[in-house]
Ligand binder design. Structure first.
Ligand code: 3PG
Ligand code: MG
Length: 349
């Protein structure tokens, strides 16, 4: 894989540095609900400050604001507050949400010029947004000497290992709602795996028709529920004995055990997507069982994608996973074998 040049090679002393981070974090009641992505951005910021940068200006998008009314809801102020609690340095500044500017998502050069203005260097550390060709991730990289931040490089290194020679058995676990979103990664990466385990709603789609060029392993039982509701009547059922009109909202205990045994034997693991509606605890056992098996395995394990990462964090298992990616869509596109625009825009290292 082509690697972009590292911020570590940049001479930043006395320079004004624009940093694009992915500080697109969940908010609740106007406060940061999970600061994982803010913490992940810190090593690069601290490196720049320690090496004598005159100013470090951080920019990021937050959410998908559409109208002016969305501006209050998606303001970066809570993020800025949290970042300043974690790194208190007067040289560090946070810009308002890049997506408040209509040019951002169009990769508009005029907006990129506004961002670049007054800065000497650009550092992109926003792995989670590297699959977007936006002004703050792509166009601006052509206007200033551009470097990759430490998080961006670590993500490329860890995820990139899955694309190289891996220790076997290599087990890929995929779940979530739609096959479509995962098809390219399943074909590209799954085609190199020894076992591909499928859970979630997409397993039903795959049972009807497997669009891949290889066979996958599907659940043999599910937690069948009378309705899509947290308090629905529910019980384990074999996949061919789900009552008419009922839905499978999680993999069943037999499948959880079978998947767990395969995962524990693995030497390399990639997991993306929950096994069921895990945000409703009654339908979270399958996802929890998979998460625990991934943590137990003596494997090189990588978890990517918002929901599976959230499950890992909620269960306190992150320390036992080799790499928990800060990218959802970006990690999938990278593993599809595609070049990410935010990475391609930085000169090679
Ligand atoms: C993410 O959370 O997936 C990234 O921050 C990208 O956000 P986006 O999907 O709104 O571009
Ligand atoms: Mg996304």
């Amino acid at each position: 894989m082509r690697l972009p040049r590292s911020v570590e090679t940049a001479d930043v002393e006395g320079k004004r540095v624009l940093v694009r981070a992915d500080l697109n974090v969940p908010l609740a009641d106007g406060e940061v609900a999970d600061d994982t992505r803010i913490r992940a951005a810190i090593p690069t910021l601290e490196l720049l400050l320690a090496r004598g940068a005159e100013a470090v200006t951080v920019c990021s998008h937050l959410g998908r604001p559409k109208t002016e009314e969305d501006h209050a809801k998606y303001s970066m102020l809570p993020v800025e507050r949290r970042l300043h609690e974690l790194v208190s340095d007067e040289r560090l500044q946070v810009l308002e949400n890049t997506r408040f500017h209509p040019g951002e998502t169009k990769n508009d050069e005029a907006y990129a010029r506004e961002l670049a203005d007054g800065n000497d260097l650009y550092v992109n550390d926003a792995f989670g947004s590297a699959h977007r060709a936006h002004s703050s991730t792509e166009a601006v990289a052509h206007l200033l000497p551009a470097y990759a931040g430490l998080l961006l490089l670590a993500e490329l290194d860890h995820l990139g290992r899955l694309l190289g020679d891996v220790e076997r058995p290599f087990v890929l676990i995929s779940g979530g709602a739609k096959v479509d979103d995962k098809l390219a990664v399943l074909e590209h990466l799954g085609g190199r795996a020894d076992r591909v385990l499928i859970g979630g709603k997409m397993a039903e789609e795959m049972r009807e028709h497997n669009p891949l060029s290889y066979p996958v392993e599907l659940p043999t039982d599910v937690i069948a529920a009378s309705a899509f509701a947290e308090d629905a009547e529910a019980r384990p059922a074999s996949v061919d004995a789900v009552p008419d009109g009922w839905l499978g909202l999680d993999i069943g205990p037999e499948t959880a055990q079978a998947f767990g045994a395969i995962i524990r034997e693995a030497r390399t693991i990639f997991w993306n997507g929950p096994m069921g509606v895990f945000e409703w605890s009654r339908f979270g056992d399958g996802t929890r069982a998979v998460a625990e098996a991934v943590a137990d395995a003596t494997a090189y394990s990588v978890v990517g994608g918002g929901d599976s990462v959230r499950a890992i964090q909620e269960l306190g298992l992150a320390e036992r996973i080799s790499w928990v990616s800060t990218g959802g869509g970006a990690s999938l596109e990278l593993l599809e074998g595609r070049e990410l625009p935010g990475v391609a825009a930085i000169p090679e290292g």
